[in-house]
Design a protein around this ligand. Structure first.
Ligand code: MYA
Ligand code: JJ1
Length: 388
């Protein structure tokens, strides 16, 4: 069934019901001197390269590869269109390794035809904080599919992660592999229902007209919560405190410090947006919400080429009702001209999805750990991790 994944230290389907297996690493680390020193062999026309995303030229090549060949929905109507600024942000967190940004080029023409990345992250699983690689942006050019390039790329990123003495990884995929720690549902909140219907992202509901639909999804022009404002650098200490305390309740969640929050949560124009609620009396930050910007190309539509989508990221409330905070997130996203607000059913998101008129999508997102076994599958609400 899974000729490659069966050989890897991941939870296997056959072990799913065996709760006697211990939680933790599946195989122990090997001495660094025993990690293969040379890259894996690629088919002869291709060569490995390390991609420097800081170089404008390389960044554009990666952007072009992904914008033409990365993830599509099941009917091939939309394709993720990560921006160059987004890729720079996603690949340059504190402590990143440039050797983990791996490209495959055609030797003769130097054309970039495949890509995979890792970034370091501290992820807590139950009580253990584990240094992991988060693996993302695995992409093989459409013309080179089904040639078993992906397993070589995964082995090569694994080798380079091992060289940094890191032995675990976290990743997500839209496909089912051995074996998910949890499977999440995508939900979508229409902000621009007319465009979403025009491009086939959503449909007019039964017994609905366009004008009733537009009225149904209407939002106020500005946020309703007093003290709701854009997050600033000075908010990093309070947002870190709120986030750290909040994430403790989930079984798998990142272990963020102030340095991480400065990178991952502080607003970056066109990439990530965060808003805090500052108490009118004490001036303390009591709540925050955040979302990142991941547009999709609309494939083969005469009038529209780009769908502006915001994705719910980390949200924490201590004073404001969650539904009210996330309604303000919708309001500001609408003002920023997003067409749709997406969210997974992770963390406490089920507490606002239906109430705020999100509907379930046709996509799922499966979460995986590499070389780390957990006792049993989590509920999506027990997951405190959002990958980009
Ligand atoms: S998820 C996003 C993945 N990208 C896309 O979906 C973009 C569009 N698709 C493509 O570019 C290609 O179809 C890809 C496969 C590249 C996905 N994750 O080369 P093949 C297995 C893991 O002949 P291709 C993301 O970025 C498949 O089951 N494995 O196939 C996270 C089969 O193995 P097996 C996948 O279609 C990535 C084998 O590959 C995925 O030409 C995390 C077939 O290879 C997938 N999404 O190329 C990677 N799709 O026979 C794992 C297919 O066993 C990281 N396959 O079933 C693991 C941790 C590593 C670090 C460890 C450190 C310690
Ligand atoms: O965006 C997704 N689906 C949309 C579009 C469907 C188009 C036809 N296939 C969707 N729309 C319905 C919205 C509607 C709005 C009003 C209320 C009811 C709902 O369902 C899906 C997610 O649902 N996205 C994808 O399929 C993209 C791939 C998802 C897997 C991503 C893997 C990423 C790996 C990164 O590491």
């Amino acid at each position: 069934r899974h000729k490659f994944w069966e050989t890897q230290p991941v939870g296997q389907f056959k072990d799913l019901r065996d709760s006697t297996l211990p939680e933790g690493p599946i195989e122990p680390p090997t001495p660094l001197s025993e990690v293969k020193q040379e890259p894996y062999n690629l088919p002869t026309p291709y060569e490995w390269v390390t991609c420097d995303i800081n170089s404008e030229e390389t960044c554009l090549e990666v952007y072009n590869l992904l914008s033409n060949n990365y993830v599509e929905d099941d009917e091939n109507m939309f394709r993720f269109n990560y921006s160059k600024e987004f890729l720079r942000w996603a690949l340059h967190p504190p402590g990143y390794f440039k050797t983990w940004h791996i490209g495959v080029r055609v030797k003769t023409s130097k054309k970039l035809v495949a890509f995979i990345t890792g970034i370091p992250a501290k992820i807590r699983v139950n009580k253990d904080i584990v240094t992991m690689a988060e693996v993302n942006f695995l992409c093989v050019h459409k013309k080179l599919r089904s040639k078993r390039l992906a397993p070589v790329m995964i082995k090569e990123v694994t080798r380079r992660v091992h060289l940094e003495n890191i032995w675990q990884a976290a990743y997500t995929a839209g496909v089912v592999l051995p074996t998910p720690i949890t499977s999440c549902q995508y939900w979508h909140r229409s902000l621009n229902p007319k465009k979403l219907i025009d491009v086939g992202f959503s449909r007019l509901g039964p017994r609905m007209t366009m004008s009733r639909t537009m009225k149904l999804y209407k939002l106020p022009d500005s946020p309703l919560t007093p003290g709701f404002r854009k997050m600033e650098l000075r908010d990093v200490p309070s947002v870190t405190r709120l986030l750290k305390a909040y994430l403790l309740q989930f079984i798998v969640a990142p272990d963020f410090d102030e340095i991480d929050v400065e990178h991952w949560i502080v607003p970056k124009e066109g990439v990530v947006d965060s808003f805090v609620v500052e108490s009118q009396e004490t001036h303390e930050v009591t709540d925050f919400c955040s979302f990142y910007s991941l547009p999709s190309s609309i494939l083969g539509h005469p009038n529209h080429t780009n769908l502006k989508a915001a994705y719910s990221y980390y949200n924490v409330v201590t004073k404001t009702p969650l539904v009210q905070l996330m309604n303000d997130a919708l309001i500001v996203a609408k003002q920023m001209d997003f067409d749709v607000f997406n969210a997974l059913d992770v963390m406490h998101n089920e507490g606002f999805l239906k109430e705020l008129k999100y509907g379930p999508g046709d996509g799922k997102l499966h979460y995986y750990l590499y070389n780390y076994r957990i006792k049993s599958m989590l509920k999506s609400s027990e997951l405190g991790l959002v990958l980009l």
